[in-house]
Design a protein around this ligand. Structure first.
Ligand SMILES: *Cc1c(COP(=O)(O)O)cnc(C)c1O
Length: 440
């Protein structure tokens, strides 16, 4: 297909996600990807600085992952997962439970981050009933949390403000504040104490009726890469645990080394009742997700009655191709070279990006955690998707940099294979952008 035909058909037939088609520029048609580089239909190269919506770990077109998918496709591409099982799924559960906190044992497969969250919420509510605490029906979430776009995930992420059009569908969720460190104003400890105080008060009143709390550990992604300290997360988890409130960690974005360590819960030394994993699970090659629960939660579902079972499933549960991709991606992730690459990226952010942001009057509040770096830009309009961030995005795209600002938050979340030279090229583009277009 030639490019004009492709774009014409795209505009006529395709409904793109998170896009106002009336005002958005035509989509960029990508033909291929290799490592951190995407190539469009005109042969122009784009540096993928957002890991294609936070999913790509080891780069595009990784030969080991491609080979694993191809070999698996020739052997068994799909099979019903109720009553049947297969080696890629079992091997993946074995590998994953070997690197997650010890208590997380039982792996439930679904297809994306939102469904991983839905599954955790549904399991938590039912677990309360199964163990004779039917009064635990409330849910707790944290301000700024984003957990996906299905109805339960929207309810849990209600504070993110994306969901006005569907207010009538959402169930009520209690929302408490997070003590961000990124404000960088020297009041972190006081704000942490205040937020934990609010949590104590809330739990005094509603703890016994709360089923579960859900949060993104250490970095809240979609609300603008807001970061909090491990100390704060530990304080939250301790308090929830003391009241019998189940803890759901949404590591859809933070998992698989994104923050440096393999998982946010390991970085913060907390052990949840559920962890939700998706984006990086297959290295970004195929859609798949996991909700991993403790053995204690699982045991409450065992009974003579079918009604205590978890009656939930998806057509493509534990798709063998996804499992094969995930196993190949884990091999790459657990190679010491990958940890070294993640550490190198973080170092580069600190030594090259930090001085540049510090020197720019148009940028502030740089925060770095593992491979993620984010800062605020003095762009004209702070609203998500508003003109300012769209123009910023278009300007960078013209320079071969695929960035996707969240409102005024400009962030880099690159695949781990990105080279220092590629990072430096990105920083140089950002420096130019800040200087010429986005300073106050
Ligand atoms: C992206 C994301 C989700 C939703 O995942 P999808 O695969 O887009 O449904 C949930 N939680 C977090 C923290 C995310 O970043």
């Amino acid at each position: 297909m030639d490019l004009p035909t492709l774009l014409e058909l795209d505009q006529a037939l395709v409904w793109h996600p998170f896009t106002q088609a009336r005002t958005a520029p035509p989509a960029t048609a990508i033909r291929s990807g290799r490592g951190a580089v995407l190539t469009d239909f005109q042969g122009r190269e784009l540096l993928d600085l957002v890991s294609s919506w936070w999913v790509t770990l080891h780069g595009h077109g990784h030969p080991a992952i491609a080979r694993a998918i191809g070999e698996q496709a020739a052997r068994l591409e799909q099979v019903i997962f109720a009553g049947c099982t297969h080696e890629p799924a079992v091997a993946l559960c074995q590998r994953l439970t070997g690197i997650l906190p010890r208590e997380l044992r039982r792996c439930f497969f679904s297809d994306n981050g939102s469904t991983a969250v839905e599954v955790a919420l549904k399991m938590a509510l039912q677990a309360g009933k199964n163990r004779g605490e039917p009064g635990r029906t409330r849910f707790l979430a944290f301000a700024g949390g984003y957990h996906g776009d299905t109805v339960g995930a929207m309810s849990a992420g209600v504070s993110s403000d994306f969901f006005g059009a569907w207010r009538e569908l959402l169930f009520p969720v209690d929302v408490l504040p997070v003590a961000d460190t990124w404000l960088g104003d020297g009041t972190v400890a006081a704000r942490e104490a205040a937020a934990l105080d609010r949590l104590d008060q809330h739990l005094d009143r509603h703890g016994a009726r709360t089923s579960a709390a859900i949060l993104e550990p250490l970095v809240q992604g979609a609300c603008g890469m807001r970061m909090h300290r491990p100390e704060f997360l530990r304080g939250v988890v301790e308090r929830l645990r003391a009241r019998g409130v189940l803890v759901i960690l949404d590591e859809v974005m933070t998992g698989f080394g994104r923050l440096g360590p393999l998982f946010g819960c390991l970085a913060a030394e907390v052990s949840p009742d559920f962890i939700c994993l998706s984006k990086g699970l297959t290295g970004g090659a195929l859609p798949m997700s996991l909700t991993v629960a403790t053995e204690a939660v699982y045991q409450t579902f065992l009974d003579e009655s079918i009604h205590k079972a978890f009656l939930h499933g998806h057509s493509f549960t534990a798709n063998p191709l996804g499992c094969a991709a995930a196993l190949a991606s884990l091999d790459l992730l657990l190679d010491p070279a990958c940890a070294a690459a993640r550490a190198r990226i973080e170092r580069r952010h600190r030594t090259r990006l930090a001085p540049l942001v510090a020197a720019s009057p148009g940028a502030a509040r740089l925060r770095i955690q593992g491979t993620i770096a984010a800062f605020e830009v003095a762009a004209p309009d702070p609203a998500y998707g508003a003109d300012g961030s769209a123009r910023m995005q278009a300007w960078f795209l013209d320079r071969g940099l695929l960035l996707r600002p969240l409102g005024n938050t400009l962030y880099l979340l690159p695949p781990y294979c990105i080279t220092d030279a590629q990072l430096d090229a990105a920083y140089a583009g950002i420096a130019e952008g800040l200087e010429r277009h986005f300073s106050a």
